[in-house]
Design a protein around this ligand. Structure first.
Ligand code: RB5
Length: 154
């Protein structure tokens, strides 16, 4: 996807308390780079349950209110597991750029999860940009496989 199209995406971001500081840093970095990103909380380090944040962000993506979602908890694992329970969501827990690119090319991921106790701010920004800037390889064998994932929602 060229840079201008990636910056037209409507992106929702959310974290639990463990991911709060990384979410703040990543949101600012993405805004500075021209992405259209909306913070759906948490809004402090007060303890919250990561499934509630997953529902807020992934639920909004599922309803079509946002094109993509970024979720952050301590490991990126719990919040991604929760997101994948929502119909229409294909979420990958990712702590490297290659996986972020492939989550788009092969899996058409619409949500990504990261761990604030796993990745630093610089890497998180590169992962997020890879996730936002990469297109799905539609019309390929990957589309057939993603359609089979989508059928599991029913
Ligand atoms: C919170 O301590 C932690 O369990 C949570 O952020 C996440 O890592 C769960 O998967």
């Amino acid at each position: 996807m060229d840079d201008n199209n990636a910056r037209k995406l409507k992106i929702a971001i959310g974290s639990d308390h463990a991911g709060f500081y990384l979410k703040e840093e990543l949101t600012k970095s993405l805004l500075d780079e021209g992405y259209d990103i909306t913070d759906l909380g948490a809004h402090s380090v007060e303890s919250v349950d990561y499934p509630d944040i997953a529902v807020a962000v992934a639920g909004a993506v599922s309803k079509g209110e946002f094109d993509r979602g970024i979720l952050i908890c301590g490991t990126g694992i719990g919040i991604t597991i929760a997101a994948n329970k929502i119909a229409g969501i294909r979420a990958g827990a990712t702590s490297d750029v290659y996986s972020a690119i492939m989550s788009r090319k092969h899996n058409n991921a619409n949500v990504i999860g990261m761990g604030a106790r796993v990745v630093g701010g610089g890497l998180a920004l590169e992962i997020a940009k890879a996730f936002l800037d990469t297109d799905f390889e539609s019309g390929s064998r990957h589309e057939r496989r993603v359609n089979k994932i989508n059928a599991l929602d029913k």
